[in-house]
Ligand binder design. Structure first.
Ligand code: SF4
Length: 224
């Protein structure tokens, strides 16, 4: 990791906090999981640099807060790979690995999806939720890309958003295989990347171009 470059390109690796002068870092925590060693690394930098603390974010990550700019480089150095941020993180529930209601392995699928998404360069941030059943604990219907595990496969949702302008995602396909999910997402994201305005999230994009245009790009017609 090139710390000088990371700091120069703020807020890519570190985010300036309200009021300026201090920064936060959100280390990569794939699918909300963290090992004891990673936890120890985070704890030790917080204690050693007397930082204000750590916050659990809505996206299942730990945010190290209150880092003065002059210690940012040292903090990142000490964290090493633990401090690396993730371009497009995936939020996933335990699914069949631990939940009695799980219909699909949302953790395993979420890990593959994160690898897949990190090969993209999209117009702006992308939030993704993978749920192991229709209870949607990973908020798949209010995410840019949402997956819901069901008995016969996956439901693929696109264009959802939480926050100020809530938008329920449109369903692109139901009961599809893992392989088909990647094909659908790939086509939807290619269409989005090629046609979205700068910083336009998928929810506003779908509202502007219409979901039929997205379906046509994915399936060749507005019908699934
Ligand atoms: S979405 Fe379903 S499988 Fe996932 S944690 Fe919630 S109830 Fe369990």
């Amino acid at each position: 990791m090139n710390n000088a470059k990371l700091i120069e390109e703020l807020p890519k690796g570190a985010i300036v906090q309200r009021g300026g002068g201090v920064y936060s870092i959100t280390p990569r925590m794939p699918l909300g999981q963290i090992t004891p060693d990673q936890l120890n690394s985070i704890n030790s930098v917080v204690q050693e640099f007397n930082l204000s603390g750590v916050r659990v974010t809505a996206g299942q990550r730990l945010k190290i807060q209150g880092i003065p700019k002059d210690t940012l480089s040292a903090v990142l150095d000490q964290l090493g790979p633990v401090g690396e941020s993730c371009k497009y993180y995936v939020q996933a529930c335990p699914g069949t690995t631990a939940c009695r209601l799980g219909m699909q392995d949302s953790m395993a699928f979420g890990a593959k999806l994160e690898d897949f998404l990190n090969g993209y360069s999209l117009p702006t941030k992308l939030k993704t939720g993978v749920a192991g059943c229709s209870m949607c604990c990973s908020e798949s219907l209010v995410r840019d890309v949402g997956l819901i595990g069901k008995k016969n496969g996956w439901t693929v949702a696109f264009g959802g958003n939480a926050g100020k302008h809530v938008r329920e995602a449109d369903i692109l396909a139901e009961d599809v295989s893992e392989e088909k999910v990647f094909e659908i997402i790939s086509k939807a994201l290619d269409f989005y990347s090629e046609n979205a305005k700068i910083k336009e999230r998928t929810a506003r994009f779908v509202k502007r171009v219409g979901i039929d245009a997205v379906k046509k790009a994915v399936f060749g017609s507005a019908q699934k």
